[in-house]
Write a protein that binds this ligand. Structure first.
Ligand SMILES: Nc1ncnc2c1ncn2[C@@H]1O[C@H](COP(=O)(O)OP(=O)(O)OP(=O)(O)O)[C@@H](O)[C@H]1O
Length: 318
């Protein structure tokens, strides 16, 4: 089972530009979580902080009882191995075949023989549905295939935490739907903690167990999907509805300057659609039972609408 990530009071700036502050959330072990946010709200920066590529100025990131912001280099290196990262553009080496790209972490970080590497690469390419494309160069395959190759590479060291930076970027809605299904299937098969950052509403509505949103340098919220998907916060309703009328403007910088000038924004939300199930033949996600236990303890704190959706999903009448 994957491990939990606990973030407490995290803040990140670049010079005088505060990207976000006071970010506290717990990404539950083995569950699927999505962090949403308009462009430029610092979603990628957040992922980079989690894997130690950027250093936050304040706060803590606790993984397996160790604070990643304050640990030794040796501890960071050890914990880093728990993470597999799918970068936004796939980050494949253009001069290497898909096979060599996927094999790269195994050759760099393990002493496995080429026969063992071949078996693992075959296993992961099969898992992401890329079998047959191993000999091609990244430039010879589609954007969707590059994403899947990047995902296979993120999986070869059997990470307990998988971070995906906008896995949908550059994909059409159909490929995005396939990728969403792939992430749910992956969770069913490997039971890893998966955190996806995106501004894709369809991914946010169908994939995660937990959903959060960054906006105007703060975390608007993070918790069981039903909370945000039924939230009447104007910023959430606007974002999930994908419309122009609301507090979110053309750019993050401009929103920060203007603030909430108007308060009577519409709060109509799209209907809450069911979460994707693993494909037929795959195991039931182990996260389901764990999440149910966790959400049961949160029920008294949920809004009426969120509680209604949780209970009706469990088949409990209101
Ligand atoms: N290394 C860096 N140095 C300085 N500023 C940076 C750096 N990395 C990111 N930023 C700034 O941080 C802000 C947030 O960037 P980030 O890429 O995390 O946003 P995002 O929410 O992922 O956006 P998008 O959805 O468009 O990818 C931007 O203003 C960006 O210019």
């Amino acid at each position: 089972m994957g491990v939990q990530i606990e973030v407490e009071g995290l803040a990140k700036s670049f010079g005088r530009q505060t990207i976000w502050q006071d970010v506290s959330l717990t990404v539950p072990a083995g569950e699927l979580s999505v962090l949403l946010g308009p462009s430029g709200t610092g979603k990628s920066v957040f992922l980079k902080c989690l894997v130690g590529l950027l250093r936050p100025e304040r706060g803590r990131i606790i993984v397996n009882g160790v604070d990643l912001c304050r640990c030794t280099e040796a501890e960071r290196y050890r914990l880093r191995k728990l993470f597999g990262v799918l970068f936004q553009d796939g980050a494949l080496f253009g001069s290497m075949t898909v096979y060599d790209n996927i094999a790269f972490p195994l050759r760099e970080h393990t002493r496995k023989t080429e026969a063992e590497i071949r078996r693992i690469v075959a296993d992961k390419t099969e898992l992401v549905g890329l079998a047959g494309a191993e000999h091609k160069l990244p430039g010879e395959i589609s954007g969707g295939m590059r994403k899947r190759a990047g995902l296979a590479r993120a999986l070869v060291l059997d990470p307990e935490i998988i971070l995906c930076d906008e896995p949908d970027s550059g994909l059409d809605p159909v490929r995005t739907a396939y990728l969403s299904q792939l992430l749910v299937d992956l969770n069913a098969q490997v039971d890893a903690t998966i955190l996806i950052v995106t501004h894709n509403i369809s991914v946010a509505r169908t994939v995660p167990d937990n959903l959060g949103m960054l906006y105007r340098r703060r975390l608007v919220g993070f918790g069981p999907r039903e909370i945000l998907l039924t939230s009447e916060e104007p910023v959430v309703a606007q974002f999930l509805g994908g419309h122009r009328h609301g507090p979110i403007g053309m750019s993050e910088e401009r929103d920060a300057v203007l603030g909430h000038a108007e308060t009577a924004w519409p709060t109509t939300l799209p209907d809450l659609v069911p979460q994707l199930e693993p494909s037929p033949g795959l195991p039931v996600r182990q996260a389901i039972g764990r999440r149910q236990e966790r959400v049961r303890t949160l029920l008294p704190t949920l809004s009426e609408a969120a509680r209604h959706h949780v209970l009706s999903h469990w088949g409990v009448p209101r």
